[in-house]
Design a protein. Structure first.
Length: 232
């Protein structure tokens, strides 16, 4: 039976999903409240993991160990690295990688975790397809693209750093949790997808744009996820 873990970093990224679910119980682990119940007719566990890669990885592991989820969806907002992705658009992950890992001195690629044998964690194709289809149905006015999520423990707000993430990693959006969730899902053999609504352009305007657009962007992402569950 499907049981889908849904992770958001902030309250605004999960509050709308939690308000729509049939809540059965709340389990607290590692200072995170895991809301267990049903959404769109599917068994779900919805949780705010907190910001950053460590929080995200801990959350993914708890979903695997304690709740034995069959799928993981990471929903939230991100900064655009792709000129074709504007504020409000949706990015569905084809893969994710860590942009703040650098062991190149030992021959690894930028962003490659040593001994993994690769640097990109690939999202599940069926979940990608479901996310894209759902976005086109429930957010028809928004552009949806499939692309690469790059993650690191920093808020990207300079043109220079943005250009480096584009040049070195061919990233389409930048945020702070997705790659760690993808990493944890991969190690546990759990299919995953990351869904990001664009809240800013990850450049010198990000500090102003992010607070203005984050709530609307999170709403679009949540609406997509709720509908997507019916297609998995």
């Amino acid at each position: 039976m499907k049981k889908v873990g849904i992770i958001g970093a902030m309250d605004l990224e999960v509050e709308q999903l939690k308000s729509r679910m049939e809540l059965e119980r709340i389990v607290t682990k590692a200072s995170m409240d895991f809301c267990v119940g049903r959404l769109s007719g599917v068994d779900v566990v919805i949780v705010r993991c907190g910001i950053g890669k460590v929080n995200a990885a801990l959350c993914a592991q708890i979903l695997a160990d304690v709740f034995e989820v069959s799928h993981i969806i990471n929903t939230g907002v991100a900064g655009s690295l792709n000129a074709d992705l504007d504020i409000g658009d949706i990015l569905v992950s084809k893969d994710a990688l860590h942009h703040d890992i650098d062991v190149t001195i030992f021959g690894y690629q930028p962003g490659e975790v040593p001994q993994m044998g690769f640097r990109e964690f690939k999202a599940d194709q069926a979940m990608i397809d479901a996310a894209v289809t759902s976005c086109r149905e429930v957010n028809p006015d928004l552009q949806v693209r499939v692309g690469r999520v790059v993650s690191g423990d920093q808020f990207i707000s300079s043109k220079e750093v943005k250009q480096r993430l584009i040049t070195e990693f061919q990233g389409d959006c930048a945020e702070m949790e997705g790659a760690s969730i993808a990493h944890g899902a991969y190690l546990n053999g759990i299919p995953f997808v990351i869904i990001r609504a664009i809240s800013d352009k990850a450049d010198d305007s990000a500090e102003m744009d992010y607070p203005t657009f984050e709530r609307e962007a999170a709403k679009h992402s949540a609406t997509l996820v709720a509908h997507m569950l019916t297609l998995l």
